[in-house]
Design a protein around this ligand. Structure first.
Ligand code: 5AD
Ligand code: SF4
Length: 468
């Protein structure tokens, strides 16, 4: 019996265990879209086991956390929540389970066991598929369980999934990372790169298209090296519909009827090959907003970060892409205050931002991560200085965003309508190809459609439009 069939048996066992009850669960997901996608799988397994989701902590029989460890603030959030749960656990005896990236860090699991001994189940990134078995054992044996391994797990296909949206879906195409950027914890907690087989991805996207999904986001830590490791190591790749690289994967998905938009995160600038640029240009469904993480605009800092490109190489890649792809827009990630970064070096980051004029910039304060080379550096930047640079970057980005938003006013944009606006139910909300949020007054039957909207005003974080 294969591993997934074994887990299906455990799903039945938990279901039998819960018979006659209507158990409820809460799930708190931290971090990136990959974690969101893992949470959709955890929810899929739980709902097959008879659990129903609730947002109210006090009515939950199971409180589940899917953690992230990329920056420190997620740790503070988890420990805060656990502190809040202690009393509820004493009163109600609910099961508390914690999974995800943070659980791959020994100092964190030790802290949980010491300071929060009431937590029932800890599981890591390589044992997510075994969640039904781990939960069953926790329920049945009524003792604490820890299921964390260091060696990267295989990619398991066929796990149930409960998706958050009926319009947009994420599809993980690979796990892990081989790049070891010196600030980043991901390679240590998600293991080495391994790609899913083309057939499994294409079939998943076809099924999504049949269910009516409009937009697909392909996920991986390093999507443009899809299948690279497999090729280097001579591992078997079952070719399917001509897919043997990231570029050919984009082309194959572009042909799937029903899907209207394809996005992907995140590529690495050092691996952005010409065939991928060509695929973005020629595939009409691939959105022309490309996320291209910069991290720093200074070549010395980039070298210290182990990013393997210089400021000039990044800028010339951007030039090449802009020339090749009409209407290209870019978004990026930037870290401020990496150890040793001087004010002058930080100016280079501002310079790249001024030159590229990103559509969106995700800004992060450098956060020390135990076990990474960045953490061992002696020339850490004082928090105050980091914040000063962060505010300087934020001011620049906001003024550029406003200027850029002005350009949208009066234009007609294709918008995929996602649903009612959370802040104002009188409006519907959607996104342009360039991932800008647009709100407008319209009929709910528009939800799930791509429609033309005329942009009438801008409000920094969103645009307002009207139907034409
Ligand atoms: N500190 C701050 N930001 C980080 N990121 C990754 N590691 C760290 C860290 N230690 C940011 C990078 C990455 C994004 C997902 O998170 O910009 O692209
Ligand atoms: Fe972290 Fe760099 Fe890998 Fe991205 S590419 S996950 S930043 S090590």
């Amino acid at each position: 019996m294969n591993e997934i069939e074994i887990q299906k048996q455990y799903i039945e066992k938990v279901k039998a265990f819960n018979q006659g009850k209507l158990p409820k669960y809460t799930i708190l997901t931290m971090g990136c879209q990959l974690n969101e996608n893992d949470s959709e799988k955890l929810s899929g397994m739980l709902e097959q086991m008879g659990y129903e989701r609730t947002e109210k902590q006090e009515e939950a029989d199971l409180a589940l956390f899917n953690t992230c460890c990329v920056r420190e603030n997620a740790e503070d959030k988890l420990f805060g929540k656990l502190g809040e749960l202690k009393r509820l656990k004493e009163q109600k005896g609910m099961i508390i389970a914690i999974g995800g990236c943070m659980m791959q860090e020994k100092h964190i699991t030790n802290k949980i066991k010491q300071s929060y001994p009431f937590v029932d189940l800890l599981f890591g990134t390589h044992t997510l598929h075994k969640f039904p078995e781990d939960l069953y054992k926790t329920l049945d044996e009524k003792k604490k369980l820890e299921d964390i391994i260091d060696i990267e797990g295989k990619i398991y296909e066929g796990l149930p999934i409960k998706r958050n949206s009926k319009i947009q879906a994420s599809v993980t195409i690979m796990n892990g990372c081989n790049n070891f950027c010196s600030y980043c914890i991901v390679p240590y907690v998600r293991g080495r790169e391994r790609s899913r087989q083309p057939r499994d991805i294409i079939q998943e996207v076809k099924e999504l298209a049949e269910k009516g999904y409009q937009e697909i986001t392909l996920l991986g830590q390093n999507v443009n090296s899809y299948l690279r490791v497999e090729k280097e190591k001579g591992l078997p790749i079952e070719e399917y519909e001509g897919v043997d690289s990231f570029a050919s994967l984009l082309k194959a998905i572009n042909k799937i009827d029903g899907i209207q938009r394809i996005r992907f995160v995140s590529p690495h600038p050092k691996d952005f090959t010409d065939d991928v640029i060509e695929a973005i240009r020629s595939c009409e469904k691939v959105c022309k907003l490309i996320h291209l993480p910069l991290q720093s605009g200074n070549s010395k800092v980039l070298e210290e970060m182990n990013r393997k490109y210089t400021k000039e190489q990044y800028l010339s890649l951007v030039e090449k892409m802009k020339k090749a792809i009409p209407n290209l827009t870019l978004s990026t990630d930037i870290i401020v205050g990496f150890p040793g970064e001087t004010d002058q070096e930080f100016e280079d980051t501002l310079d790249v931002v001024k030159k590229v004029k990103f559509e969106q910039v995700y800004m992060f304060l450098y956060s020390r991560r135990v076990g990474t080379p960045g953490d061992k550096k002696e020339n850490q930047i004082p928090e105050e200085q980091k914040h000063k640079r962060f505010d300087q970057l934020k001011d620049l980005v906001e003024s550029q965003t406003e200027e850029n938003n002005q350009k949208y006013i009066g234009t007609i944009q294709k918008v995929l309508v996602e649903g009612e606006s959370k802040n104002n139910k009188a409006f519907l909300t959607g996104r342009t190809d360039s991932n800008k949020v647009v709100i407008f007054e319209g009929d709910k039957k528009r939800i799930g459609q791509v429609i033309d909207l005329k942009i009438i005003s801008q409000h920094i974080w969103y645009l307002k439009g009207e139907e034409i």
